[in-house]
Design a binder for this molecule. Structure first.
Ligand code: SAM
Ligand code: F3S
Length: 448
């Protein structure tokens, strides 16, 4: 009987990607199969996140719950990966002796060896180093799950924003060679993938080596190459950094129809004073200018961002500038957070001074405003015809199919399951809270 792996993943899309790779690696090396039931698991893995609040406590309380599976007489292994593991290293296993393996985002491919070693020595194995790019060379061939896929093109971050732990937990920016990325996408396309999301902490810092030359390929050029891979019809990327959002990337929205009409560009704040304290490397005006130019070349684009409210010393006036920036850009989706001091980051030493109530009130106002732009965006789609990539049956009603528009909006509509994996034209008839409804118009011909 195959061995069972139970895995909990916290945090960002990068972590989701890493978790999927952990399953792939262990399935290839030891035949592990994922289970949703920890009782039947031989191996339990926790992929952690430390970007915000109480991350450590959350990890230790989850591990406390896992004690029962270590003490019931079965020979189970427990591993902790991700950013908390990377930050804590050895200390994690010391504080929680039931942990057998501690690994970081860059060492997950070594899980099979770590597993053997801990079984053999009966001691905790710790490896939270940053062996550049080695991870990708040691992962099994990608397996498509459906018609959309994420492909990691770079790792880490070298921006060192004063509030953020990522550069310390995931290491500096490292790009995968261009050929490796293109090969992985071609392999996915052969398995039926039609839409690919290029993934990284700062994808527009991508500088992939081109063959054996000294030249590098940037994100705009990469998009160009990916668009030429047979089968790939839609391209997205996330996350990018405003300082490196180049003219070439703006131009790509004008020139490349396969590039989806969706852009996630985290701005964090609309106040130059706060942006300076965060060391973001751009001004409010520079950001607004880029947004105006993107809208000029792609008027229907959906714009998304990340915001932090209540950064130390943020005044009402600073926050008003953030709200004004939202009104000027009309972001229709966003991830927004109350600032959370992260141990070891420069901002953690700043005096706070903004009350918890005030932070909460600012967050609510910001989220309400984004919600109203979201509703407006969806209302504007009603009556239009949208090209949808059909992904799966609808969650509520299996006689309906679900897919997403170029703007990343989910649409449900009556259609046979045979259209899954195809692009269809749908007339949008109604805007719901979290999705849209539509009527099927035409279906693209099946691939030859
Ligand atoms: N690369 C992205 C960028 O250009 O800003 C950010 C990636 S970061 C892991 C994801 C988001 O988490 C950030 O955009 C920020 O809004 C939020 N975040 C990071 N550190 C935070 C902190 N200390 N407190 C609150 N939110 C935080
Ligand atoms: Fe964090 Fe800033 Fe990089 S938010 S991931 S240090 S761009």
């Amino acid at each position: 009987m195959s061995k069972k792996l139970y895995l909990i993943s916290y945090g960002c899309q990068m972590n989701d990607y890493d978790s999927a790779k952990m399953v792939d690696v262990l399935s290839a090396s030891h035949g592990y199969v994922r289970t949703q039931d920890p009782n039947e698991a031989d191996l339990l893995l926790l992929n952690t996140c430390s970007v915000r609040e109480k991350a450590q406590e959350k990890v230790f309380s989850e591990l406390g719950r896992w004690r029962q599976w270590k003490q019931d007489g079965k020979d189970r292994i427990i591993g902790v990966g991700g950013c908390v593991a990377s930050q804590e290293g050895e200390a994690l296993a010391e504080r929680q002796p039931l942990v057998d393996m501690v690994f970081g985002p860059q060492t997950l491919h070594r899980l099979p060896q770590m597993l053997e070693k801990t079984r053999e020595t009966r001691k905790a194995v710790i490896d939270v180093t940053f062996p550049e790019i080695e991870k990708f060379d040691n992962l099994p061939e990608p397996r498509a799950e459906g018609v959309t896929a994420f492909v990691s093109i770079m790792e880490g971050c070298s921006k060192y924003c004063t509030f953020c732990v990522v550069p310390y937990t995931r290491g500096e920016e490292v790009s995968r060679p261009l050929d490796d990325v293109l090969l992985e996408i071609a392999q996915l396309a052969d398995q039926g993938v039609r839409e690919v999301t290029l993934l990284g902490q700062n994808v527009n810092a991508y500088r992939g080596r081109m063959g054996d030359t000294a030249e590098t390929c940037d994100l705009a050029l990469l998009i160009n190459y990916v668009a030429q891979i047979p089968g790939i019809e839609r391209i997205r990327y996330t996350t990018s950094h405003p300082a490196e959002f180049s003219d070439a990337l703006i131009q790509a929205f004008a020139d490349e129809p396969k590039l989806a009409s969706y852009l996630h560009l985290p701005v964090q704040s609309g106040s130059d004073r706060i942006l300076g304290m965060m060391k973001r490397g751009y001004s409010r005006e520079q950001f607004l200018d880029k947004m105006r130019r993107v809208r000029q070349v792609r008027p229907d684009i959906s714009l998304s961002s990340d915001f932090i409210v209540g950064f130390p010393s943020e005044t009402e006036a600073d926050f008003a500038l953030t709200m004004d920036l939202i009104h000027q850009t009309g972001f229709d989706t966003a991830f927004s957070f109350v600032y959370s001091p992260r141990p070891g980051t420069p901002a953690a030493n700043l005096r706070d001074g903004v009350s918890a109530d005030e932070k909460h009130a600012r967050l609510m106002l910001l989220q309400d405003t984004i919600r109203s732009y979201d509703e407006q965006f969806k209302r504007n789609l009603v009556g239009t015809t949208q090209r949808i990539l059909v992904e799966r049956p609808s969650r509520r009603d299996p006689t309906q199919m679900a897919g997403r528009t170029s703007h990343n909006r989910v649409v449900n509509f009556d259609a046979p399951a045979a259209v899954i994996g195809r692009f269809v034209d749908v007339r949008i008839t109604e805007a719901m809270n979290n999705s849209l409804r539509g009527t099927l118009l035409t279906v693209e011909a099946p691939a030859a």
